[in-house]
Ligand binder design. Structure first.
Ligand code: ARG
Length: 468
């Protein structure tokens, strides 16, 4: 790569440097090391929009004459249009996105473009571009999150009456509606959605007009710049504005937690689709075969969602470590904020879309779920509740049912098959008819408070989510 850098080209912003130092392998090696265009070219559209707004502000402040302003505005408009569809191709001869846009504008608008850097620093440009880029992705992120929430809600509506064992400690605990389980993830995603909106409130603050660090020395209207670029507010401290990446860290935390939610869900559904449970058959489009074992249908989509969540968490760690101990204001270290942020955003969007596909194409296997949920152990709490209804204190009921469990379940029997004599000995307070009526369906139906697993509640919550 190093040999592709035009050897001996004058150093960018390099009036004070010895031209002789541009020759030789070390200069080329450092150019390659310091270049960021291979990844920050994604910011080209944002950079062109920012440049257009800046040119207009310079014109309004009388720094550009009418002809210069018109030439620059037309060139910026053309570049904005050109870059809307896709970023420019990589070019190892270009240092960064700021150089790329400056060179293009100079080629299009001529000498007027050489005035564009008046009062403006790459330090604030890169902060602006990154914020604009994140803002551009907001609709896609919200759409993908909303679609996945809707997919879980539809699953819950359709499978509210399918019961599965609910777990604690990965030990069977109580019956729950399969829909209730899906809605637990919808709930997490709802929080992610609110967290995302909250994080975006701090992304949408304009840093432009901060100069390199001390503020702008020309009388530019920062509020007008903010309006033009779609920002809700402007930064209030120039040192902070060029050095701040909190907005990226907050966004990354939101994406990391979202990734962890998806990873937990993937783990549950991998288990549910295994032969050990068999309550779900994943859509063929989201499963893969084995190179050796012809019978295999592997849940690779879910495994990749679980695995990829590491990227977002790693990106969060990276930005926190990058910021720790950085002195004010801008430092070149900050160039290292981008690749992992882009990867985290890309991955989050991918995972959300694949997850929605997995949810909408999975088939529930009600017979297998019914076999699992027929485990009488799941009803031990309901048995204790029957005693409570007879006036027994819950602690005593717990003790009594514990003895019944030892006498029946541990021996492979169902406590509903206890003889009247056995029942009278173990728990004389119990009505044998009530014991015989215990069932998973009755168990979930009783949990009919808001937030409970009763199918009625599940359907109501699914309907609320689907209504938006
Ligand atoms: N590539 C740089 C970054 O990503 C852009 C800003 C460069 N500023 C500077 N003073 N060298 O942070």
């Amino acid at each position: 790569m190093a040999d592709k850098i035009p050897s001996g080209a004058p150093k960018l912003w390099g009036g004070r440097f010895d031209p002789a130092a541009r020759r030789g392998a070390q200069a080329a090696e450092f150019d390659r090391f310091s270049a960021s265009f291979s990844y920050d070219r994604r910011l080209a559209h944002a950079e062109a929009r920012g440049s257009r707004a800046w040119a207009r502000a310079l014109a309004a402040a009388g720094i550009l004459n009418t002809g210069e302003a018109a030439a620059l505005d037309a060139a910026c408009a053309q570049l904005v249009a050109e870059l809307a569809a896709a970023p420019p191709p990589d070019d190892p001869g270009i240092e960064d996105v700021h150089t790329y846009v400056a060179q293009r504008l100079e080629a299009m608008a001529g000498p007027a473009a050489r005035k564009l850097q008046t009062g403006r620093s790459r330090n604030e440009q890169v902060a602006l571009d990154l914020r604009l880029y994140c803002l551009d992705l907001r609709p896609a992120c919200e759409q993908a999150l909303g679609d996945l929430i809707a997919a879980f809600a539809a699953f819950a509506r359709d499978h509210a009456d399918v019961l599965i064992p609910g777990y604690t400690h990965l030990q069977r605990a109580q019956p729950v509606s399969f829909g209730h389980h899906a809605l637990a993830y919808a709930e997490m995603l709802q929080r992610d959605r609110r967290r995302l909106a909250d994080a975006y409130a701090r992304v949408a603050v304009l840093p432009l007009g901060s100069g390199a660090l001390a503020g702008c020395s020309f009388p530019l209207d920062r509020q007008a710049l903010a309006r033009e670029l779609g920002f809700a507010a402007i930064t209030q401290n120039s040192l902070d504005a060029v050095a701040d990446r909190d907005f990226a860290a907050e966004l990354l935390f939101t994406l990391a937690l979202l990734g962890i939610h998806l990873s937990r869900w993937a783990e549950d559904w991998i288990f549910y689709s295994s032969a050990e449970c068999g309550w779900l058959a994943l859509g063929d489009a989201f499963a893969t075969g084995s190179s050796l074992m012809p019978q295999k249908k592997n849940p690779d989509a879910l495994e990749l969602i679980r695995g990829k969540s590491a990227r977002q968490t790693a990106a969060l760690m990276q930005i926190l470590l990058l910021l720790k101990g950085l002195p004010l204001a801008y430092n070149r270290d900050l160039q290292e904020d981008k690749e992992s942020l882009f990867a985290a955003l890309d991955t989050a969007l991918d995972c959300l879309r694949i997850a929605a596909g997995v949810v909408t194409t999975a088939a529930v296997r009600p017979e297998a779920a019914a076999r699992a949920v027929a485990d009488p152990a799941l009803l031990a709490t309901d048995l204790a509740d029957l005693l409570v209804a007879q006036g027994v204190a819950f602690r005593d009921a717990h003790e009594i049912v514990g003895r019944m469990v030892a006498a029946t379940l541990d021996a492979g029997r169902d406590f509903r098959q206890l003889s009247p004599a056995e029942l009278a000995r173990l728990a004389p307070q119990l009505d044998p008819a009530a014991v015989a009526q215990l069932s998973a369906a009755a168990s979930v139906a009783r949990r009919n408070c808001i937030g409970g697993t009763a199918p009625e509640q599940v359907r109501a919550q699914a309907a609320r989510l689907l209504a938006g």
